[in-house]
Design a protein around this ligand. Sequence first.
Ligand code: B3K
Ligand code: ZN
Length: 876
Amino acid sequence: GQVFKLEDYRPNDYLIPQTDLTFRLSPDATRVTAVLTIERRDGVSVSAPLVLDGDGLTLKRIEIDGKKVKPADLLATPDQLTILEPPVARRFQLLIETEVAPAGNEALMGLYRSSHVYCTQCEAEGFRRITYFLDRPDILSVYTVRMEAMRDEAPLLLSNGNPLEKGDLGDGWHYAVWHDPFPKPSYLFALVAGNLGRLADSFVTLSGRTVELGIYVEPGKETLAGYAMDALKRSMKWDEEAFGREYDLDVFNIVAVSDFNMGAMENKGLNIFNDKYVLADRETATDADFANIEAIIAHEYFHNWTGNRITCRDWFQLCLKEGLTVFRDHEFSADQRSRAVKRIAEVRTLRAHQFPEDQGPLAHPVRPRRYREINNFYTATVYEKGSEVVRMIRTILGADVFRAGMDLYFERHDGDAATIEDFIKVFEDASGRDLSQFALWYHQAGTPNLTISSTHNPAAQEFTLEIEQSVPPTPSESRKRLMHIPLAFGLIGAGGKPVPYSSVEGASVEDGVIHIRKRRHMVRFSGVTERPAVSLNRGFSAPVTLSVEQKADDQFFLARHDGDAFSRWQAFNTLLTDALISAFREILGGKQPAFAPRLIELAGSIAGDETLEPAYRALALALPGEADIARDIGRNIDPDAIYAAREALALAIGTANRDVFSGLYLSLADREAFSPDAASAGRRALRNTLLDYLSLQPGGAELAAGHFQSATNMTDRAAALAVLAHRHHGSPEAVEALAAFETTYGSDPLIMDKWFQIQASVPGPQTVDTVKALTNHPAFSMGNPNRVRSLIGTFSSANQTGFHRADGEGYWFFAQTVLEVEKRNPQVAARLATALRSWRSLEPLRQAKAREALLSIAGAENLSADLRDIVERTLA
Ligand code: B3K
Ligand code: ZN
């Protein structure tokens, strides 16, 4: 396939200032008439051909300035349309009529149908599946869209911008026209047509304008959109307060559809959502679902300024909108919920998804320099690491200068298709600092490591940190340059108090942050009388790994006393990880693992520490996941031994703290009316974490069964079902609960996703057979991305012992399924296939079997560009 390179970017010879579209909607043959105002750019030769992108299109009619174009004057294939000799006039009108078949579109890109609703998905390159166009983000156009449809089939007709006009066409047909005054790239185009219910509300902006808000869902489900609406209004308010950003159209609409390739899409004024991230109430959604809805509603809304008003010059700049918008949604959630808890959750996610990507064959810079298939670059690196890079800019500049830089960004680039260089420049201009070394965070892949050791010289009253940075090699980048790493730290003495120092030399230290810029720094603090414990990378100020020679005593001390909540959590988590890795080695050596009593005791005292928020305690007590442990071990992974180590620690903690845990468990039982707020969710999280420990104790299955039966909300019900299915697999209690859940929710696909997920993640060698059988369940469908991700995605990315079954059966099943999904939906298949990206860290036998499975995918005929790209890079 073709390789696209950043250095090859050049503006197109033509612009499309205006785009008028007419859709005559019909499931198998929708007519699309595009009237494009084309403008030759200054200085471009009149003989330059106009080359438009297409993807699988059928051309029905083509006219220039009202005259039919002769076949000899154009080259038309399904994937490209070339006007060989465009008119001499600078501006002309090109009419293109194409025909598309939304009902047969299973790739869910372009115009398709989801449960009889017409909808679109154009990012990144889906617009070219609707009409021929300059389908690239630097072509900004003002759109007017007319939709015609059978009124019965599609009473509701929505597009971007504001509604202009609507009316009857006779014969059961009607039409509506929408106009979006803001020039936008084609990837932000959207239309929705169908029969949908509406939840309506309104919002008065900062300057007093009233915006009509609508959330459209399957008729009858309107009340399930209440939480999403509330999150939307809070997002609109927050963006005004935190960033001074006001909404700009008269209406803002959100539509929930059930067939969607990802979470949601920020089309101008018409966000389209996976219904999983809109519909919720206590009975159907877990607290995690509520938190995701809030975050994704906010994320898509925030794109209106970071993405839509200021878009990307080309797809290499994807992080310009994505990293920044993730940063904005993280800050929103931190303000709406608990900042400390939110930060811990973010770091866990980053480590679980971005670190393995950065440390494996699919590693790429936050701003990649090349791609074969852009859809494969909507990654944890672009999104999550991209957000961390923005966070570091704020850490380096301080909140006020950062805000000034953002203001300058909006002022200078509103209406632009911008680049990362533009973004960095506003912060240089706002701060007067040189950020060129810092900019390597965008350009260089790989997770930097800091090796740190410390010494205290009581006689000289000096405390010294020796810090060395290294960036591991990544594919096609073997030599790395030295980075600017902002490392927040604290020196902590008796009672958890900060230890004062009189001066520091060896690196610049500002506001509790060491600025590491060289390979080695020897940072010397003078006037330090007592030996402090050192708290490093506070708040996770930089997305790095640390190799620290830290005395266990210090680590225990920090886990009790660190004043930075994130670092306190980190200290305890590091202790748990170290214990799990030792246990893993003991198990491989044929020994029974043993755990330090003071670690076990500390778990009990954290659980009962009423000065800590319940949500924080729940996060502390959640043991590192099997994949986290595997990542920290790094190589020669035997997932069964990791599983055994983790179970042994859970049993040891639960056994020693049984009385504390059960007392606490009882005291946390729901007494008030249900609320999805963060504090209530935190109490449920802690109670359900305790249930998980207690379920390993005598009577555990009965306890979990009781929890399941008496649950009054989906969080508790799903948690209990998971405990039963995972800890008591095959027991009468588990079998009964799974059956009861299926009976109650069998007709609700989103809830059945939880049932699929729970079963797909049951540890052990038998699960591959369960998953195979479940592919035949009436609620399952290979054509629906949510179902595929719940069953196949969970099995391959969240079931270490099941997927990595020693005989390779998990991999074989997976390879076949990926190919089956690919026939319909290459994008979803390619995403699934990334589950094998860490195959080289497995022990040799599993490694060989994983490789065979990857090769079997690579060898399949007619592989899509999406899947080929992932598999070839994974094997390279
Ligand atoms: N911008 C979309 C993602 C589009 C993915 C295309 N393969 C959602 C988001 O990040 O907000
Ligand atoms: Zn986004």
